[in-house]
Design a binder for this molecule. Structure first.
Ligand code: ZN
Length: 258
């Protein structure tokens, strides 16, 4: 009862209050145009802080560094918003990316999420409630799958990778983005960590996997083609508020694979 009331209050009362507070806090950041959010077009003196990071958050569309980089990569590198027509599956859809995808006439857009508590500030109520390691679609159904911060939470992430590969059409691709420590050679799971060690690693975020430099190899082992991503060096990352070491993993299903 308490939880239901809290959820109801969250959706009807607390969210508008939070939004108003955010917009008031954002006023000083709006006094300038040194940085620009490519997703919503807003300009600021600086992006707002987010958790322990400075210059991270766009108070208009709620994008973070990774979202702005993914958006620029989709738009300018991959031609995602241009013809030909494509069918896209987006897991735990990021609220800042949804409007541009929905507005694109060349995209048939399907969203899915396994979470049962929906937070308006992060995502939306999805079209389908399903887990990425058990996708309820036929083989070769999608041209593009987007999964930002998803694999890191899945108990059997290799099964999830195989499921994404299965539902992609030959030649189609998935966009994966997860917290990765490239200084750490190998990936390991949380099973052997104490609470204190978890807190120390990745700032205490709750996650199943601690990805290392072998992240791309783990995707390749499941059958994807993955190239190293250096696109960040070709954009004005300071202006767009993107971390200079940012990477996404574009995992393609081989054209010959059925
Ligand atoms: Zn924005």
């Amino acid at each position: 009862m308490k939880q239901t009331l809290k959820k109801l209050l969250g959706e009807t009362v607390l969210q508008p209050v939070r939004n108003l507070r955010l917009q008031l806090r954002s006023v000083p950041y709006r006094l300038g145009s040194a940085v620009e959010c490519p997703i919503c077009g807003s300009t600021y003196k600086d992006f707002m802080p987010f958790r322990y990071r400075k210059s991270a958050y766009c108070p208009t569309c709620k994008s973070l560094e990774r979202h702005r980089y993914i958006y620029l990569s989709l738009r300018d590198r991959l031609g995602f918003y241009a013809p030909p027509r494509k069918k896209v599956l987006h897991f735990a859809p990021d609220i800042c990316l949804i409007p541009s995808i929905k507005a694109c006439p060349d995209i048939e857009y399907v969203t899915a999420d396994y979470m049962t508590s929906f937070t308006d500030s992060i995502t939306i109520r999805p079209d389908y409630v399903m887990s990425i390691d058990d996708i309820q679609f036929s083989d070769a159904s999608f041209d593009v799958v987007i999964a930002i911060g998803i694999l890191v939470m899945v108990p059997d992430d290799t099964k999830a990778m195989r499921e994404v590969l299965r539902v992609l059409k030959p030649g189609g691709y998935a966009i994966f983005h997860d917290p990765i420590n490239l200084q750490q050679p190998h990936t390991f799971s949380d099973a052997t960590l104490s609470a204190e060690e978890k807190k120390k690693l990745y700032h205490g975020h709750d996650q199943r996997w601690y990805y290392g430099a072998d992240y791309a190899d783990r995707l390749r082992a499941q059958g994807f083609l993955v190239e190293d991503d250096n696109y960040v060096q070709r954009i004005d990352y300071k202006r767009f508020g993107v971390t200079p070491t940012e990477k996404i993993y574009i995992a393609q299903k081989p054209a010959s694979k059925v």
